[in-house]
Ligand binder design. Structure first.
Ligand code: IPD
Ligand code: CA
Ligand code: CA
Length: 278
């Protein structure tokens, strides 16, 4: 695999940071005044003018500095040299539904994959003014301070987070059963509406674990690097190697990984809850 030097990684981090901060400023300008809300293919899958403007800024900054790299952008698709081993997976507004409702939980997420492996991740939360950065081997930070995953080792003491993909009305594999089961076993399961925010909150120890199905490379590429560099673990639900295209991710502080993986694999059906509670 191509091994970028620490100096190269630092450059990637700095340019990605410039990009997310510029996109974040656009989101702040649109905040509370979101017009032109459109529905993409699926019911509830929204895109606003803010998504498009913020994405244009991300693309401009990345293409200015890395014209030879590929880009996979949520709203624009594949751009640049998609044969390049370097691919930027970008989400200009992760948490569009929240943003459209003026609910202040959204992020800008920029991850760099080298030969399909996430190696650089930068996520910006414009509402808390928190900039999360990580690169393989260089650790993870929030506003330049090192961050670490939590130490929670028992599910019964954990606080988790998950999400529900836009195809949830079209499939019974929609995470509803898992949500019920883990709510039962833990101190709680949150649903923020921004996968990138969920991952960085695991990275900095505010949450102990996250799982979700049906999500895209731009939702998670950056956050994966943050979790791993903060000492956590990322895998498929069953603990096997994570595959970005599978859209199914389990990310934890590491200590909880096996028990959460086991719970996800033996989740009872929704129908069994009537019996459980009565
Ligand atoms: C969504 C958010 C949400 C997750 C969805 C994603 P968007 O991204 O990350 O938390 O549950 O699966 O599609 O549409 O707000 O960019
Ligand atoms: Ca997203
Ligand atoms: Ca988005």
């Amino acid at each position: 695999m191509l091994e970028p030097s620490a100096k190269q990684l630092q450059i990637f981090l700095d340019i990605a940071s410039e990009a997310v901060l510029s996109a974040g400023a656009i989101l702040q300008d649109y905040w509370g005044n979101v017009q032109a809300i459109e529905e993409k293919g699926r019911s509830g899958d929204l895109v606003t003018e803010a998504d498009k403007k913020a994405e244009a800024v991300l693309i401009h900054v990345l293409q200015t500095h890395f014209s030879e790299h590929g880009i996979l952008a949520e709203e624009s698709g594949k751009l640049g040299d998609t044969q390049s081993p370097y691919l930027w997976a970008i989400d200009p507004l992760d948490g569009t539904t929240n943003f459209a409702h003026a609910y202040p939980l959204s992020t800008v997420s920029v991850g760099l994959l080298i030969e399909k492996v996430p190696v650089v991740g930068v996520v910006y939360d414009p509402f808390r003014n928190e900039l999360f950065r990580a690169a393989k081997g260089l650790g993870a930070t929030c506003n330049r301070r090192p961050i670490q995953v939590s130490q929670t080792s028992e599910l019964s003491k954990s606080l988790l987070v998950t999400g529900f993909a836009y195809d949830r009305r079209e499939t019974t594999d929609n995470n509803y059963a898992e949500f019920c089961y883990l709510t039962h076993l833990t101190q709680g399961v949150r649903r923020s509406g921004s996968a990138a925010l969920d991952l960085v909150n695991v990275a900095c120890g505010r949450l102990d674990g996250y799982w979700e199905r049906g999500i895209k490379p731009w939702d998670m590429a950056a956050g994966i690097v943050l979790v791993e560099e903060a000492g956590g673990k990322v895998s498929a639900y069953d603990g096997s190697s994570f595959i970005l295209e599978s859209g199914r991710i389990l990310a934890t502080n590491g200590k909880l990984h096996n028990s959460l993986s086991e719970a996800l694999q033996k989740t009872p059906s929704l129908a069994s809850w009537d019996k459980e509670i009565s």
